[in-house]
Write a protein that binds this ligand. Structure first.
Ligand SMILES: [Zn+2]
Length: 114
């Protein structure tokens, strides 16, 4: 049981790392003044640390996902159906629950500061 939870935690932290990376990607895109309506490359935020899949979505689509602390964007099918919140053409949106959800909230880069 404990091993299982540790695995869950490790996976959740992998997802959090990819989310951090995508936040940097978004910041660079904003700095460059790239058109918001054009799909931009983001990294798949699934729990596989080796996954380097690129998914393309617009800034608005990305923001809609980031508005939820427990939601992640992944390439289609990369996180199974268990956590699936929404399915689009080029990407899936998953919502974490349990320990993974708690870690997702604790590591949320958009968390209110002070
Ligand atoms: Zn992936």
């Amino acid at each position: 049981m404990e091993t299982e939870q540790t695995t869950e935690e490790r996976k959740a932290h992998n997802e959090a790392l990819f989310r951090e990376a995508n936040e940097s990607v978004r910041a660079v895109q904003a700095d460059l003044g790239l058109p918001a309506g054009r799909p931009m490359p983001f990294i798949c935020e699934c729990d596989d640390a080796r996954c380097k899949t690129i998914v393309r979505l617009t800034q608005a689509e990305y923001e809609a996902i980031r508005a939820h602390a427990r939601r992640f964007l992944v390439a289609p099918g990369h996180d199974g159906d268990e956590n699936l919140a929404a399915k689009y053409g080029d990407y899936d949106v998953v919502e974490k629950s349990g320990i993974a959800g708690e870690i997702a909230e604790a590591t949320n880069p958009r968390k209110e500061r002070g």
